[in-house]
Structure formats: C-alpha cells, structure tokens
Design a protein around this ligand. Structure first.
Ligand code: UDP
Ligand code: MG
Length: 315
C-alpha cells in the first residue's frame, strides 16, 4: 500500500488561483505514486471559491474541502487542515502559487530520508514589495529577540510534517496558534530548504497590515513573557532614578534655591503616566489571551465539508 500525502491549501478568495494550483500539484505528485488527499480550507471566502472547488471535486477524487462559517484567519485554517487530514504526512502551502508546487518532490524526498518536519526558508525576493520584505525581516528580528524560540528569517507556512509531528499540533487546544513558532518549538528531526518564491498568480496578498500585526503579536505573546520582564526592569530603573532625585530636591530646599522647573515636572509626569499605561497595555494583552483560552470558543467553525472524518480535536 503506498503512503498517503495530504496537502492543505488555505484559501481566502483564491478562486482564480485554485484550479492552477491544484493542477500543478497533480503534475508534480501523480508521477510519485503516493495516495493523495488535497484539502482546500475555504476560510470564509466571499468570491466563488466554493463553486470552483465543488466543480473540481466532481472530476477529482483526491480533492476535498472544508468550508468555514466565516473568515477565521490563516493560522486557524491551517489548524483545521491538520485536524482533518489523514495522510502519513501533511504539507501546507499557499493557494496562490507563491509556494512552488515543483518543490513537492524535494520535500517528500527529505521526508523519505527520515525527517519529521521539512520546512522552507523563503529567500529574499526582489519582486516582493519593499514594505513586505522589510516588515518580514523586522518581524523575525523582533520575534527572536523577544520570544523564546529561534526562527530563521523567511520561515513561513510552507512545510511538510510527518503524522507524528502533525498529531502533536492537532492535540494543541485553542485558536490563533502561531503555527511556524509552534512547529519549531515541538522539535523532532527538522530539515530546512531554501527556495525562491514565485509570483502570486492573481489577486493581492490577503495578509493586510492588520493581519500581519496580529500575527506578530500572536508570535510574541504565545512564545514569550519577555515584554513583561522588560517592563519590570524599565519600571524599576525609572523608580530608582526618581529616588535619586529626592536627596537633590531636599538639599536644594535647605540651600534656598528651589527649582522653578514646572515644565520639566509636567514632562516627567506625562512620561511616567504614558509608560504606566503602556505597561498596563502589555499586561492587558496577556490577560486577553488567557481570557480567549478560558472562554473555550472553537478556533474555527465548519459550515460544510465532504471529508467524512470527524474533527479529531472534537473527539
Ligand atoms: N489566507 C487565509 N485566510 C486569511 C488570509 C489568508 O486562508 O484570512 C490564505 C491565503 O488565501 C493564502 C495564504 O493564506 O493561500 C497566505 O496568504 P497570502 O498569500 O495572501 O499571504 P502572503 O503570501 O502575501 O504573505
Ligand atoms: Mg501568498
């Protein structure tokens, strides 16, 4: 019996790209002789993704879909793909041709060599918008400084996971997981491949500035409490500095030359007030995450699927 490979395509308004991506996957996978399961996770698309996919399903027995009740975001769509997949390994890739399907044989070759996770590192692509490249490199620098993981620049959600590793992620409860960090964190035998991304086939990036900011926050908040300790140290240093100013004020009082510095007082009070609110904001972000976890809401809601298997995380 040949091994089974699951390929997860998270799609948010990718109707124009999906037929090409699926065709390219077949071109690269069919000659290899694996059993194939392609899962399109329709993350609340507002275009005709659903009709395109159901049409393709009529002639493609290896194609499946999971339709969300609304947009739950890429990371939750990835989780759903993993939860429902049944392959001996699971590959996740963008549904826009930026993650080249021609690399599939290479990923599988490394898996066959015995690696549990084969991840990819996007090389700096001159064609990508400057803001995207810059924001991506700042993101990895900041994350590695703040978080307790060490992610290589350009590691995105194009990777292969052996069933053993995939099951660990399936078992992680809660939504808005920072997948690439989690995958690094779980360990196993990992192998990284560099690649040059292709151009997006059509449409524009679905990662708006807001979605990128949320992803960056998820990455930091779920892998580090360093912002809390930084706030503690800075707060402590400011307190010590203001203590030092007390003897000065005291001595000046006795020597008769009291300071007139009203504006400097206002500056200091303003700074301290702002800084305290900033620290409270950081604490608030962590409390918000605890709130999200305790609320117990599901990370995604499936409206419809042609996969018969029950969602393993609901078992
Ligand atoms: N995506 C998704 N839900 C979202 C945003 C994006 O499923 O809310 C999908 C999108 O359709 C694509 C993949 O996630 O297949 C990566 O997004 P995109 O290509 O827009 O990001 P970029 O490659 O520009 O970082
Ligand atoms: Mg993309």
């Amino acid at each position: 019996m040949p091994k089974k490979v699951s390929i997860v395509l998270c799609s948010y308004n990718e109707a124009t790209n999906l037929p090409t991506v699926i065709k390219a996957i077949h071109e690269n996978m069919d000659p290899l002789g694996y059993l194939l399961e392609i899962i399109v996770v329709n993350d609340g698309s507002t275009d005709n993704t659903m009709s395109v996919v159901t049409d393709l399903c009529k002639t493609d027995a290896s194609l499946f879909y999971i339709e969300f009740s609304r947009n739950f975001g890429h990371q939750n769509a990835l989780k759903a793909g993993l939860d429902y997949s049944t392959g001996d390994c699971v590959i996740s890739m963008d549904a826009d041709m930026q993650h080249p399907p021609r690399m599939l044989p290479q990923l599988l070759e490394k898996w066959e060599e015995g690696y549990d996770i084969v991840y990819t590192r996007r090389k700096d692509d001159e064609n990508l918008p400057k803001l995207k490249r810059k924001s991506s490199s700042w993101f990895y620098k900041m994350l590695n400084f703040l978080a307790d993981i060490d992610l290589e620049s350009g590691t995105a959600d194009f990777r292969l996971m052996d069933r053993r590793a995939a099951n660990v992620i399936v078992g992680v409860k809660g939504g808005d997981l920072f997948m690439r960090g989690l995958v690094k964190w779980i360990g196993f035998k990992q192998y990284g491949i560099d690649y040059m991304p292709d151009q997006r086939l059509s449409g524009t990036s679905k990662y708006t500035i807001k979605k990128m900011r949320n992803l960056a926050l998820q990455g930091i908040l779920s892998f580090s409490t360093k912002p809390l300790s930084i706030a503690l140290y800075v707060g402590f240093s400011i307190a010590v500095l203001s203590l030092l100013s007390m003897p000065y004020a005291f001595i000046s009082y006795f020597f008769g030359h009291t300071n007139s510095g009203w504006s400097s007082m206002i500056c200091i009070i303003g700074f301290l007030g702002g800084f305290q609110l900033f620290v409270m904001g950081i604490i608030g972000l962590y409390i918000g995450r605890i709130f999200d976890k305790t609320r117990g809401f599901p990370p995604y809601i499936v409206r419809n699927t042609n996969l018969h298997q029950q969602n393993p995380s609901e078992k």
